[in-house]
Design a protein around this ligand. Structure first.
Ligand code: ZN
Length: 238
């Protein structure tokens, strides 16, 4: 990101280290979830449930009959779509009988149950989506235009505020994700879909997945910190 080139930052910008730390954290978390998922994708559950079957059963047990379970292509593309009430499970989850697949399916059911029960952080997160998208799309252009206009502080400040909205979204995502995984582990432990020692393995997969959200949030906080260090107090220095 050599965006600030020609703006008096011809020397190495030390705040760039914050961005690099964020990138490294995200890469480590992503590698960890991939390796953990791969490991437990090879462990078949004793019950023989596929991810899709486990999801159907969990939803039924929770008294949720208006959510459909569908297949979606790709890897780790699993998600619950609250608008259409569709639970989409990826290639390595939908038809797989591994403890990893069942864990991911149960996690997505956790989101469907949150939606069904009106879990407040999920509601808040859903209302933040448009604001966060707007912020993520417009924050950098505004900051860059502000810089090109010779340091137009109102534009830069607005850009930083919009970026903060995107950061807030990632922070609100954390309790939503942790809660979905906690629900998943509790349900799996009490449903007979997985044996006790299998639930432990599933917990490892879900913990690794949660780590990617923590890393993403940390990375964007570091980015925000950098923006504030670089531009937050410019007026005072000029
Ligand atoms: Zn989730």
């Amino acid at each position: 990101m050599a965006l600030f080139y020609g703006y008096g930052y011809r020397y190495f910008d030390p705040t760039y280290l914050l961005v690099l730390i964020g990138v490294v954290l995200s890469l480590l978390a992503s590698a960890k979830v991939k390796s953990t998922f791969a490991k437990y994708s090879n462990v078949r559950s004793m019950s023989g449930y596929t991810g899709a079957q486990a999801a159907q059963r969990i939803l039924q047990n929770a008294g949720i009959y208006d959510v459909t379970v569908q297949h979606i292509s790709g890897n780790l593309t699993d998600h619950y779509d609250p608008r259409s009430k569709v639970l989409r499970l990826s290639d390595s989850v939908y038809g797989s009988t591994s403890v990893a697949a069942i864990g991911v399916a149960a996690h997505e059911c956790g989101h469907a149950i949150q939606h069904n029960k009106g879990y407040a952080p999920l509601k808040f997160r859903t209302t933040l989506v448009p604001v966060a998208n707007f912020g993520a799309t417009l924050s950098w252009p505004l900051i860059i235009i502000g810089i090109f206009l010779g340091g137009a502080q109102p534009l830069i400040t607005l850009g930083i505020l919009l970026f903060s909205a995107a950061v807030l979204f990632q922070l609100v995502t954390l309790p939503v994700e942790f809660n979905a995984s906690n629900r998943a582990v509790k349900i799996l432990a009490g449903s007979g879909i997985l044996a006790e020692n299998e639930v432990e393995k599933t917990r490892k997969v879900l913990s690794a997945a949660a780590l990617t959200y923590v890393a993403a949030a940390a990375a964007s906080i570091l980015q925000l910190l950098r923006l504030i260090i670089l531009f937050g107090g410019r007026r005072n220095r000029d």
